[in-house]
Ligand binder design. Structure first.
Ligand SMILES: C[S@@+](CC[C@H](N)C(=O)[O-])C[C@H]1O[C@@H](n2cnc3c(N)ncnc32)[C@H](O)[C@@H]1O
Length: 200
């Protein structure tokens, strides 16, 4: 699973920084007391929400992603839970439940998605909201995805340079054992996208 590979997790925030979708969810949460971020990942949004005074619960099954989340400056204001939707009955009623950054796409069949949404519905107060994202296949985004267009170089937190693209990622200077698995994982991470580009 890509979110458990520490090399990929280390690149996650560089590939997925504060973006228009983050601002969208912050605005959506404005009138909400308790916000549950299911699939909170590295906790960027959860910590921003906490900074703004919301009570926040961040849930994610990946210890590696949560490790990054817990290292953020505002992390002590968030209740972090290593788990998934099964934890929802134990977190207290939510005013808003979020599954951002295509978390809904981790549920690979209708039964899994329905189970997650059913648990989410039970977790929010009556009349309050659940927000999640979906792809728009009518946009045919894949037609514009060529290796040339998507390839870019990023600097990893350890200072190394990594080339990232739809066909994977590699170090421009040297190849390391396990690199092809990392390339597949990064391609998967990139497919996560961001709300701004998802409207294509
Ligand atoms: C693309 S990341 C999104 C992270 C964060 N929400 C964001 O917007 O950056 C998907 C996250 O879903 C988590 N995830 C995977 N399976 C899950 C499940 N069954 N329930 C909840 N989260 C899950 C992964 O560990 C990962 O952190």
């Amino acid at each position: 699973m890509p979110y458990s590979d520490p090399r990929l997790v280390a690149l996650y925030d560089t590939l997925n920084p504060f973006a228009p979708d983050t601002a969208f969810y912050l605005a959506l949460a404005e009138t909400s007391g308790h916000v549950v971020d299911l699939g909170c990942g590295t906790g960027l949004l959860a910590c921003e929400l906490a900074k703004r005074g919301h009570r926040v619960t961040g849930i994610d099954p990946s210890p590696a992603m949560l490790r990054v989340a817990r290292s953020r400056p505002e992390s002590d204001r968030v209740t972090w839970i290593e788990g998934d939707a099964l934890a929802l009955p134990f977190v207290g009623a939510a005013d808003l439940l979020l599954m951002t950054g295509h978390v809904a796409q981790v549920f690979l069949d209708d039964a899994a998605l329905l189970a997650a949404l059913t648990a989410a519905r039970s977790a929010v107060r009556p009349g309050r909201r659940i927000a999640f994202e979906s792809r728009n296949p009518a946009a045919r985004a894949w037609e514009n995805r060529t290796p040339e267009r998507s390839m870019r170089r990023i600097e990893a937190p350890d200072g190394s340079v990594v080339e990232v693209g739809r066909n994977g990622a590699r170090s421009p200077t040297r190849r390391r054992p396990g690199a092809s698995r990392l390339r597949r994982a990064i391609a998967s991470c990139q497919s996560r996208g961001r709300a701004a580009s998802r409207k294509r």
